[in-house]
Each structure stands twice: as structure tokens, then as C-alpha cells.
Design a protein around this ligand. Structure first.
Ligand code: C5P
Length: 287
């Protein structure tokens, strides 16, 4: 079969992130309010005769082929639909920074799963798509459809939520990166002093109250960061707040930090480039 499709792969933010406990399978039970945002990669997928999966990224630092989550997603999808003989070529125009807590790799993987389902006409159910996605990574099921959702389990048990009220968001990516498994381990050994008010965040979303939501942005991983990195995150949050953000928080296991502003213009006006790469974005709705 031949054919080509370009899928948009949006970044995600964790508006709240709580880690409840380690499970017997080694993963952690989480509870998080997830939000997709307009910062995106473009994932160009072409079916080729003759088999093989090839991944090319505009970011040469990222691993190619099956070392890349997009390649793993193509392999998992073709295995699931028993089309291992199908060749696939994937070109990723990267904009989402890597190792930032923005699910860049997971979102590319989700885009590959959506794109292959469309190109091959396999029409998998949401449950099947989600199972293939989870076999690639914990954040991939959310990235299939994005929007605003409450995630539980490993991150794959999703409940759609009322959309985040209109606002602007400034994402700041400092120079350092943190290993996700290492930060989960650090959190296991650390006394968590404060936890997100997830219930309050859900109520704020239900009421469409941006200020109340922004006041509840919270991520337990900030407490498990090494001291120097924790201080950088605090500095960025304080700078976001003094630039007019209604609330600020780290996303995922970092290192990106974001602030929620009343409008996209207000987010664009905040100058935090001294801390690293900055991206002014808007929330996106479920697709
Ligand atoms: O699922 P994913 O491959 O993205 O997870 C990367 C690592 O993060 C896992 O190997 C595990 O150490 C940790 N993790 C976890 N609990 C989760 C999600 C991820 O412990 N719910």
C-alpha cells in the first residue's frame, strides 16, 4: 500500500501532577490534569512498499528509527494489525524541546498511530488505539486525542474534562534535563510536603474559572529535584509570576516550567529568555 498523511503532534502540560504510590509492576500510580497546547511537531508519514520503518527527524540529536518513540509506535501498530510487511517512512519537523516534560516524543508516537490507522484504513476502536499507545509509553494514550483530561493509572486511564478557559501560556525550557526514572526514584525516597488540590482544579475547570485553576497548578516532582535544579525552577516560577502569570508550575518530570496568563498577548510580553528557550502557546481542544 502507498499513501501519505501529515499529522500534527501537540505538546502536553501537566496542570496538576500527583504520584500516589509505586505499583507491583514498578510503575507509579499517578493522578494528573493534562492539557494539550499549540506548540507542535509535524509528523509526515508515508507508506512504502517493501517493508522497513525509517524515521528522520529535523533534530539530529534525536535517535533515528526504532530508537525513536515514533519508530516504536509504527512497529507496535503494524504488529497489532498484522501488517509487518508494510514499509513506513516518517519525517518529523521538531519544535517541541526534548526531555522537557512536554511529551514531545510521546506526541510524535501518538501521531504515528493515528496516521497509520488512517492510511491503512484499519479503523481501530479508541480502546485498541489506546492499548497500542500504552505499549509505547505512559503519556502516549493522552496524546492520541489531547484536550483537557484527568489521567490516572500509569497515565492511560483518561477522563475528558471541560476545556481549559481561554488564556495564554508561556513555557520556559531551562538548560538542564532530568531523567524520568531517576526522578520517580527520588520521589519514592523523599517526604512529600504538599500535594496538588486535584479536586479544586477539577472544580475550577467545571466553573470555567481561570484564576482558580491557575492558583492550583502543582507538581509533586518539584519537591524531588536536586537542589540546584529546584532553585532554578523556583526562580523561573517567581519570574513568571512577577511578569503577570496567574500561576506557574513545572510540567511532568521537567525541566520545562510554564506560567498561565490572562491572554496570549500577555504571555508573549513576558520576557524570560534569560532562563532558556521560551514558547508562547494556547491550550488546544480534544480532537
Ligand atoms: O511509560 P514510560 O516509558 O514513558 O515511562 C518511563 C519511566 O518512567 C518508566 O520506566 C518508569 O520508571 C517511570 N514511570 C513510572 N510510573 C508511571 C510512568 C512512568 O514509574 N506512571
Amino acid at each position: 500500500m502507498e499513501g501519505r498523511v501529515v499529522e500534527r503532534a501537540f505538546a502536553k502540560l501537566n496542570l496538576t501532577l500527583d504520584v500516589l504510590h509505586r505499583r507491583p509492576d514498578g510503575y507509579h500510580e499517578v493522578e494528573m490534569v493534562m492539557q494539550s497546547v499549540s506548540l507542535r511537531d509535524d509528523v509526515d508519514i508515508t507508506l512504502r512498499p517493501g517493508g522497513g520503518i525509517r524515521v528522520v527527524s529535523s533534530d539530529p540529536a534525536l535517535p533515528a528509527d526504532l530508537g525513536n518513540l515514533a519508530g516504536k509506535a509504527a512497529e507496535a501498530f503494524l504488529n497489532h494489525v498484522r501488517r509487518r510487511e508494510q514499509g513506513v517512512e516518517i519525517h518529523i519537523a521538531k519544535r517541541i524541546p526534548d526531555r522537557a516534560g512536554l511529551a514531545g516524543g510521546s506526541s510524535d508516537a501518538a501521531a504515528v498511530i493515528r496516521g497509520l490507522d488512517r492510511l491503512l484504513g484499519t479503523e481501530l476502536t479508541e480502546e485498541e488505539l489506546s492499548a497500542v499507545a500504552l505499549s509505547v509509553g505512559s503519556d502516549v494514550p493522552f496524546c492520541l486525542f489531547g484536550g483537557t483530561a484527568l489521567a490516572r493509572g500509569r497515565g492511560e486511564t483518561l477522563r475528558p474534562l471541560p476545556p481549559m478557559p481561554d488564556c495564554g501560556i508561556l513555557i520556559v525550557k531551562p538548560g538542564f534535563s532530568v531523567s524520568t526514572p531517576a526522578l520517580f526514584d527520588a520521589l519514592d525516597g523523599c517526604r512529600v510536603r504538599s500535594r496538588p488540590d486535584t479536586r479544586g482544579a477539577l472544580d475550577a475547570l467545571g466553573a470555567g474559572d481561570l484564576r482558580a485553576l491557575a492558583g492550583r497548578l502543582s507538581n509533586v516532582f518539584e519537591q524531588a529535584l536536586p537542589e540546584a535544579e529546584r532553585r532554578t525552577v523556583v526562580d523561573i516560577k517567581l519570574a513568571l509570576l512577577s511578569a503577570g502569570a496567574l500561576g506557574a508550575c513545572m510540567t511532568g518530570t521537567g525541566s520545562a516550567v510554564f506560567g498561565v496568563f490572562p491572554s496570549l498577548e500577555a504571555a508573549r510580553r513576558a520576557d524570560l529568555s534569560r532562563f532558556g528557550a521560551v514558547f508562547a502557546v494556547s491550550p488546544t481542544k480534544r480532537t
